[in-house]
Write a protein that binds this ligand. Structure first.
Ligand code: CP
Ligand code: NVA
Length: 264
């Protein structure tokens, strides 16, 4: 497990999950291995492949994940890059299925916040499940255009709708699920003040939740800050955030077992 950034959920769920599967996980933080300082991605991937059955990596640039995948002879699991957070989406969809039932098609997910890595996989995953996606981001914080293009194709294929707006209230109207994430992702700490100003009006609070459908639920991958969601919402009965967090373990276990050929 290569971690170039901090982690609570991803690290602990993967390490504990691998132990529960009967395996062993090694945590390699930024100062534990040569990667990035003294050794290339290519050599690191080749060497780690000789010792391990899976490489799980949390990196800054998504290109590092594709490099690892190119040179590794064992499966690579993306544990967060600047572009994607697929493990999070699996846990989110599981939390929604636990709440609404297995068939999520026709439900509407609203994203209110940064057009970031967490949104990218959530939109791809939700559309694959036949859910509609309504995205509100401040101007200048829209999601990646290539991922948007893929999402448009997926929406068409699955008979789902996909909309974007700069108005938080518009995204939340008709939503069964309201989701946000930090406004300041890891590596963007220097932009904190600018971002907090530019995300003004994007806080998920009781008033905003009140504009969603009756019975709407709230998701956040965590860690959370009060500027993006109030205590009232995150600790309310509508919040599924701790089920989401727990599901990080069950879902990464399924991914690891599948990658080792232990399940279909
Ligand atoms: N949600 C998530 O990936 O949390 P960590 O950064 O703590 O792993
Ligand atoms: N968007 C956040 C997610 C953290 C789990 C980040 O990249 O830091």
């Amino acid at each position: 497990m290569i971690f170039q950034k901090r982690s609570t959920r991803t690290r602990v769920s993967s390490e504990t999950g691998m132990a529960l599967l009967g395996g062993h996980a090694l945590f390699l933080g930024p100062s534990d291995i040569q990667l990035g300082v003294n050794e290339s991605m290519k050599d690191t991937a080749s060497v780690l492949s000789r010792f391990n059955d899976i490489i799980l990596a949390r990196v800054f640039a998504h290109n590092d994940i594709t490099e690892l995948a190119k040179y590794s002879s064992v499966p690579i699991i993306n544990a967060l890059s600047d572009l994607h957070h697929p493990l999070q989406t699996l846990a989110d969809l599981m939390a929604l299925q636990q709440h609404f039932g297995k068939d999520l098609s026709g439900k509407t997910v609203a994203w209110v916040g940064d057009g970031n890595n967490v949104l990218h996989d959530l939109m791809l995953g939700s559309l694959k499940m036949g859910m509609n996606v309504q995205i509100a981001t401040p101007a200048g914080y829209e999601c990646d255009p290539d991922i948007m293009a893929k999402s448009v194709v997926l929406a068409k294929k699955n008979g789902a709708t996909l909309t974007t707006t700069n108005v938080a209230e518009d995204a939340v109207k008709g939503a069964d699920v309201v989701v946000t994430d930090t406004w300041v992702s890891m590596g963007q700490e220097d932009e904190y003040e600018k971002r907090v100003k530019e995300f003004d009006g994007y806080q998920v609070n009781t008033e905003l939740m009140g504009k969603a459908n009756d019975g709407a639920v709230f998701l956040h991958c965590l860690p959370r800050h009060v500027e993006e969601v109030t205590d009232e919402v995150i600790y309310s009965d509508a919040s599924l955030v701790f089920n989401e967090a727990e599901n990080r373990m069950w879902t990464v276990m399924a991914v690891m077992a599948a990658q080792m050929g232990k399940v279909e």
